[in-house]
Design a protein around this ligand. Sequence first.
Ligand code: NAG
Ligand code: NAG
Length: 176
Amino acid sequence: MHKLVVSLSLFAIFIHSVFGDCTWPNGTDIGKHWWQLPSSIFNIYGLLNTNSQGQQEYPIHLNAPVLAILYVNNTGPVIRQVQVDIDLAEWNPSNCKWNTIPTFGLLSNLNGCSIGISCPIPQGNKILKVTIDFSQFQAIIGLLKNDAAYQMQITLTNQATGDKIVVFDQARAETN
Ligand SMILES: *[C@@H]1O[C@H](CO)[C@@H](O)[C@H](O)[C@H]1NC(C)=O
Ligand SMILES: *[C@@H]1O[C@H](CO)[C@@H](O)[C@H](O)[C@H]1NC(C)=O
């Protein structure tokens, strides 16, 4: 019996070291992880998530509006009209992959100036607030697993130039 336990634990360690720990990607069990795709005209140097009362909480709650607060440096032109597209994925710990959650177009082609961003976005440093609200879409919320890792990909498009600014935000979230 003891031998069996030892060999099972060794096997577990072996699996763990060969395949990595798949449970929570990028340390999302204890804190959020984010990054921006390279851009020569727009630098995001900070990203916080808060609830609609402005409080930071972890895990975050996707069944209520979530604010993404972006600390940005716009080194390109002033952005007058900004389109926002949000893609959502849920982590699958059994195959170590992100599964795209269908959002039925409800979170695509949004007018950034009407979901929290104060437009225009001037050159230089600025704090942008983007309200992400899945809670109004029961069709989406009903698909989500409680207490899992989620990835929100937020794409901001300068409608005048077509330039895209892409940021990934991974966090542990509760949905009920
Ligand atoms: C973890 O974060 C890095 C960027 O810091 C990203 O390239 C990578 O794809 C992320 N891993 C997962 C599993 O999402
Ligand atoms: C913002 O970008 C400009 C132009 O590159 C630079 O001069 C300035 O130092 C940057 N500000 C911050 C806080 O990084």
